[in-house]
Design a protein. Structure first.
Length: 227
């Protein structure tokens, strides 16, 4: 086992609830009736299920990144009820398109009225079914500016290899849950999901096809830029 790396001599601030609320409030469009209504609707699905929704800080960052690269085409692997897809679709330039892949059609149907309320339903192409199969069956020549991956953790590496060739140069790929609620720094011997996440976290910094950064936002976002 490699010896632990020394802690860099830089500052970092642990978040508590008050500070997190402050962070979420200090962003553009912090008051968002559609996303707030969707979050409340997700809460009705139960605590364990609703945890699949990304947070407002992460959603705001994704909208900003999509807009910053002037993206017109995006793909999302793992849609749940569509909070993240609203955030991505809002950042697309006019006429943009987001392909959403998810095994569960019922969750997408649950969130579809919120796509409509957000004014992005016409930008979203939802495709139900196993993600790996859907990725393998994408139309020839289809290319993306932006990709967000938030589905089966043990399949993350496979999603990456299927999506990367379709991402244009300087396009972005984001992976969610890459801190695995902090467990990536602990014992993962009995956690296949955690081991898959940890393996990808360690692999991609050495992948010459991309440059990447693990961001301590939400449950950890691995941000990759295709070279």
């Amino acid at each position: 086992m490699e010896p632990p790396s020394p802690i860099p001599k830089t500052k970092y601030v642990p978040l508590n609830d008050d500070l997190y609320r402050y962070v979420c409030a200090c962003r553009s469009n912090a008051v968002d009736p559609v996303l707030q209504a969707l979050e409340q609707a997700n809460d009705s699905l139960g605590e364990e299920t609703s945890k699949q929704q990304i947070g407002p800080d992460q959603g705001g960052l994704m909208t900003l990144l999509v807009a910053a690269i002037n993206a017109s085409s995006a793909i999302e692997v793992g849609t749940f009820t569509g909070y993240s897809s609203i955030c991505i679709a809002r950042g697309l330039r006019p006429g943009g398109r987001l392909i959403c892949l998810d095994l569960n059609r019922e969750w997408a149907d649950f969130g579809r009225p919120f796509w409509r309320r957000a004014g992005v339903e016409d930008r979203i192409d939802f495709r139900p079914g196993p993600a790996l199969e859907s990725l393998r069956n994408l139309e020839p020549g289809l290319q993306f500016d932006f990709a967000f991956i938030d589905a089966a953790k043990t399949e993350y590496a496979a999603y990456y290899e299927l999506i990367l060739p379709r991402v244009r140069q300087h396009g972005l790929i984001l992976f969610d849950n890459m801190l695995w609620t902090g467990r990536v720094a602990g014992d993962l011997s009995n956690d296949p999901n955690g081991r898959a996440i940890d393996a990808l976290n360690r692999k991609l910094p050495h992948d010459p096809r991309v440059e990447c950064m693990l961001l301590a936002i939400a449950d950890g976002i691995l941000l990759c830029r295709k070279r």
